[in-house]
Design a binder for this molecule. Structure first.
Ligand SMILES: Cc1cc2nc3c(=O)[nH]c(=O)nc-3n(C[C@H](O)[C@H](O)[C@H](O)COP(=O)(O)OP(=O)(O)OC[C@H]3O[C@@H](n4cnc5c(N)ncnc54)[C@H](O)[C@@H]3O)c2cc1C
Length: 475
């Protein structure tokens, strides 16, 4: 069944919802429920519902199933691939998790936090900090994205290198399955080999296999010493060599290793003049490195020694080690402001790709040549080098608008994704498939895996009500 065969939201479902749900579940369809950060899609909503109990989520799913009407889960609305908005097809119900926002438990001994899906990521981090623990998932959108959305997109961010992505941080889930049943899988176990892993099916499913309503998540000791440095480096190959040196010296203590290009600094100086750029717009390649170390003493001297050796070896041209919390914050502000500056400039297309870490320099060199051969454009390439994940964003020449390049979009994405595919990489490293990349999944995804994904979708959601049109084309 195609998602286009679903029944649009209408008076019969509206009446059933009214008589089965508390009135405070109903929300006006405010514009933010229908928009997404990059303005590519404009969603539609028969009604916006914001329940505050899992039982009400289950009622909504049951009623949508009975009426064969689509249901789009909505967290913080910060997803970058259009998973949270349904621009076409039969009008759906929007289910916002914003009122399921309680921290149910924090246990510093088990190193576990149990949070409802609507808890904002920054609030979850703060709840962990209140008991002296770290919840390490960290993204520039952490002030508005919600943990249910983070898990549903298997979000990455800046500390994957050390702590893994959202999937790696998840011990258990509570979820409503497409038939409206509640699965209580809020396990705190670190070892549990009892068959198929439903948790890992729902994580990264982008709302197509059920609604996540709560999660039990791993906490970690807070590093006692943070060492943060902003570096001008020779080139991406030098960055890789420095990564190896840092890991040899500090092991898992290397928690952040972010690559930035001069183009990002130029965009910042054009759009956000208040952001202090440590090296101005001079060096071509820069790194933000952070070590989070737990020993009793500071490792500043050892860190500075590694950097001095790297300067000596010609890998690093200039190094600033943060001398205060304020300076550390200033370094982070540069990295975290890049996505906003990018948005203000307006990309022709943004690619969220990964390749094997060792092939990053080759990818950057080959992609640069191939894209330049298509048209004169600007590229801002930055990202989580330690994870092999780059944001490879292509922009118009100065004075021109992205709209003027629409005829080139396909050629640009074909070029970049073709190279990624050839190099054994992924066309969606951390943002997911949503609606934006359904075609790319079909084109570059493994056919056996896609067939298995379809079979799973069919088994769990035979009517196809869950986030229709997301992830799998035709469902
Ligand atoms: C400035 C900026 C920086 C970003 N940086 C990063 C980054 O570094 N790394 C990264 O991975 N992402 C990043 N993102 C993307 C985005 O923040 C993440 O994908 C985030 O995890 C989405 O969470 P959300 O609550 O906003 O989800 P939403 O956008 O509301 O939804 C995302 C998807 O999950 C589904 N969904 C939401 N909640 C649930 C639920 N409870 N149950 C089932 N399905 C659900 C939605 O239907 C949709 O398909 C960034 C975005 C912005 C705007």
């Amino acid at each position: 069944m195609s998602f286009r065969d679903l029944t649009p939201f209408g008076p019969a479902l509206a009446a059933d919802l009214r008589s089965n749900l508390p009135s405070d579940c109903f929300r006006p369809a405010a514009p933010h429920y229908l928009e997404e950060p990059r303005g590519r899609y404009h969603g539609q909503a028969g009604v916006v519902l914001a329940p505050d109990r899992v039982e009400d989520v289950a009622r909504i799913v049951q009623l949508c199933g009975r009426h064969k009407t689509g249901l789009v889960p909505y967290g913080g609305g910060t997803g970058l691939v259009g998973g949270q908005v349904m621009p076409e097809g039969p009008v759906p119900v929007i289910l916002s998790l914003e009122r399921m926002n309680k921290i149910r438990d924090v246990d510093p001994q088990d190193n576990v936090i149990v949070a409802e899906a609507g808890v904002i990521l920054a609030d979850l981090q703060a709840a962990a900090e209140n008991v002296g623990r770290l919840f390490p998932l960290s993204l520039a959108s952490e002030g508005s994205c919600r943990i249910g959305g983070n898990l549903s997109t298997n979000a990455g961010g800046v500390q994957v290198l050390r702590y893994g992505n959202a999937r790696d941080l998840c011990l258990g889930l509570e979820a409503v399955l497409p038939d409206g049943t509640i699965w209580n899988g809020l396990s705190r176990l670190r070892k549990d080999n009892t068959g198929y892993d439903l948790r890992n099916l729902l994580v990264g499913a982008e709302g197509t296999l059920g609604i996540i309503t709560a999660a039990s998540l791993k906490l970690f000791p807070r590093p006692r010493h943070l060492e943060t440095a902003f570096l001008a480096i020779r080139d991406p190959q030098a960055a890789l060599e420095l990564l190896t040196r840092c890991r040899d010296a500090f092991g898992e203590g290397v928690s952040v290793f972010e690559l930035m290009h001069r183009q990002g600094m130029a965009f910042l100086s054009e759009t956000m003049k208040q952001v202090r750029l440590p090296f101005g717009t001079g060096p071509e390649w820069m790194l933000l490195i952070e070590l989070g170390l737990s020993g009793l003493g500071s490792n500043r001297a050892a860190f500075e020694a590694v950097l001095a050796d790297a300067i000596e070896a010609g890998l690093v041209d200039d190094a600033l080690v943060a001398q205060s919390d304020q300076q550390r914050q200033d370094f982070w502000t540069v990295r975290e402001s890049i996505p906003l500056a990018n948005r203000m400039i307006g990309a022709i297309y943004s690619h969220d790709i990964s390749v094997p870490v060792s092939r990053i320099p080759e990818f950057i060199a080959r992609a640069g040549q191939a894209v330049a051969a298509l048209a004169p454009v600007r590229v801002n390439c930055f990202g989580h080098l330690g994870d092999g994940n780059l944001h490879y964003n292509v922009y118009p020449e100065p004075g021109r608008n992205k709209v003027e390049y629409q005829d080139l979009v396909q050629a640009i994405t074909d070029t970049v994704y073709g190279l990624v595919h050839e190099m054994g990489g992924s066309v969606s490293a951390e943002h997911g498939i949503g609606r934006l990349k359904t075609g790319d999944l079909q084109k570059y995804g493994d056919p056996v895996r896609i067939r298995a994904m379809r079979a799973l979708k069919q088994a769990l959601d035979p009517v196809g009500i869950m986030n229709p049109g997301a992830v799998l084309v035709g469902d």
